[in-house]
Design a protein around this ligand. Sequence first.
Ligand code: SAM
Length: 301
Amino acid sequence: MKEPTLGNPQNTIAVLQKYNFVFQKKFGQNFLIDTHVLDKIIRAAEITKDDFVLEIGPGIGTMTQYLACAAGKVAAVEIDRALIPILEDTLDGYENVTIINNDILKVDIAKLAEEENGGKPIKVVANLPYYITTPIIMGLFEKHVPLKSITVMVQKEVADRMQTGPGSKDYGALSLAVQYYAEPYIVANVPPNCFMPRPKVGSAVIRLERYEEPPVNVLDEKLMFRIIRASFNQRRKTLANGLKNSAELDFTKEEIETAIECLGKSTSVRGEALTLEEFAKLSDELSEIREKQKKSQNIQR
Ligand code: SAM
């Protein structure tokens, strides 16, 4: 297989000029032009020839060349039609790469993993388009795509949100969702000058190692996530008020306060003080309250 040729500013500019490529801001196009960062991402993802890798947004194929050399197979999904002839050129000779021209949010990734990797867990590696980081990552987890790990470049602030715990201003629904499904680890911070054009924000590479089993047990996963969303929707309110005002939940003030007290917390506690374990427990308390209520209604009938 050919050695990667892209990844430095000169060769990237040469490709862009050859095709008169115009950057599309709406697609979050900031191409990597630093070989050290590319090496770091590939190392952090621990790719071997046994791996099937999904790359989201290959751009002109810079990281794709590195991935093709390390992995068994690569599928690269790119939304911008103008990049497809460029990718066909830069990836010529990399036989294990399939280019898919589509919006990643419309691709059935579980089906792709089934067809291309026999349903075995895949690795996702990408320099993500920042405007859709959360839907991409949550989609991978919630749609139960078979995953080993996700190693991605994201906005620094988003990486911090994924990794942090209670008590931090960055702690929120994204932290809890990510930490329910995976163990996050920030690999490196990456400054704007490693990209072309330079983004206005700092970036970081984060690796999310998928848990085989979630770290907490919960009776009703969907209810727990509704509770988590409601708790952080109104950050300034107490947890009890956040849950009471949520359109997604229908518990009374008394039921909510009873469940919060079962955690050994004051009813004036805020959602941002609760750990994932405590959210799971709160959800189970509320599930049980609802179950008891249903039973007593059935007896009365
Ligand atoms: N991987 C390349 C690199 O590192 O140089 C490009 C990364 S750039 C930050 C993000 C890429 O995602 C762009 O190529 C952009 O066109 C593509 N993209 C944006 N939205 C997308 C979507 N919804 N589906 C697939 N690709 C998308």
